[in-house]
Design a protein around this ligand. Structure first.
Ligand code: SF4
Length: 217
């Protein structure tokens, strides 16, 4: 029987989280719960339950044209067994690079990665810290670290080891059938609140997924 996994979303193409046109897979459920997280909708565990077989079947049509895969969340390492099975299945099907975002620091996941080598090419580690600035590409706060784990990872992501610039200030925008608008990318601090203020200024109402209990720097 196929392993179950809770996912928030899969999407193709994603163009804002790594190079090229990418398959995006967002895990559902996060036990880290960083203050100021922009994705509170992904915190609850036990939603979006599916199986690895179904995920692989859903993303298979995209493998031939995808440049890479980006896995984020939620927290992928909260579902470690499912994550590694999914990574193995993806690795067997594509030569594209695999980028993963985790809120756990490197020291907490390096042992698990060492026992399952060659499944991830690049990984961004560490929790989002609202007290830190956001000046680095691919990172939501400057405490987060980009690790290049393979020759493919170095080839694809060395150029992201730099300061953030206008190339990074873009979003993929998706519209769900229920009227939700969903953005993929790494916003500058306060972008979501600015967007809400603009729309509310025009008479619209917008609920955002950001944890707004904390002041945005
Ligand atoms: S930033 Fe990532 S690790 Fe932190 S609470 Fe949000 S989803 Fe979880």
């Amino acid at each position: 029987m196929s392993t179950t996994v809770d996912l928030s979303r899969i999407h193709f193409p994603v163009t804002t989280l790594g190079p090229g046109r990418r398959i995006g897979i967002w895990f559902q459920g996060c036990s880290i719960r960083c203050p100021g997280c922009i994705s509170m909708d992904t915190w609850v565990h036990g939603r979006g339950t599916t199986t690895i077989d179904q995920v692989v079947e859903a993303i298979s049509p995209w493998f031939s044209t995808a440049d890479g895969i980006t896995i984020s969340g939620g927290e992928p390492f909260d579902q470690r067994e499912a994550l590694f099975e999914l990574l193995r299945r993806i690795r067997a099907r594509t030569n594209g690079d695999i980028l993963l975002f985790t809120g756990y620091p490197w020291t907490e996941i390096s042992e698990a990665l060492a026992s399952s080598t060659n499944l991830i090419d690049a990984i961004v580690t560490g929790p989002f810290d609202i007290d830190q600035k956001q000046t680095l590409a691919l990172r939501g706060s400057d405490n987060q670290k980009l690790h290049l784990l393979s020759p493919l990872g170095r080839a694809q992501f060395e150029s992201f080891d730099r300061s953030v610039d206008e190339r990074d200030r873009t979003f993929d925008v998706m519209f769900d059938e229920n009227g939700d608008v969903w953005l993929a990318g790494i916003p500058a601090r306060g972008d979501f609140r600015r967007l809400r203020a603009i729309l509310e200024g025009g008479g619209s109402t917008l609920r955002i997924s950001e944890d707004t209990r904390f002041p945005s720097l």
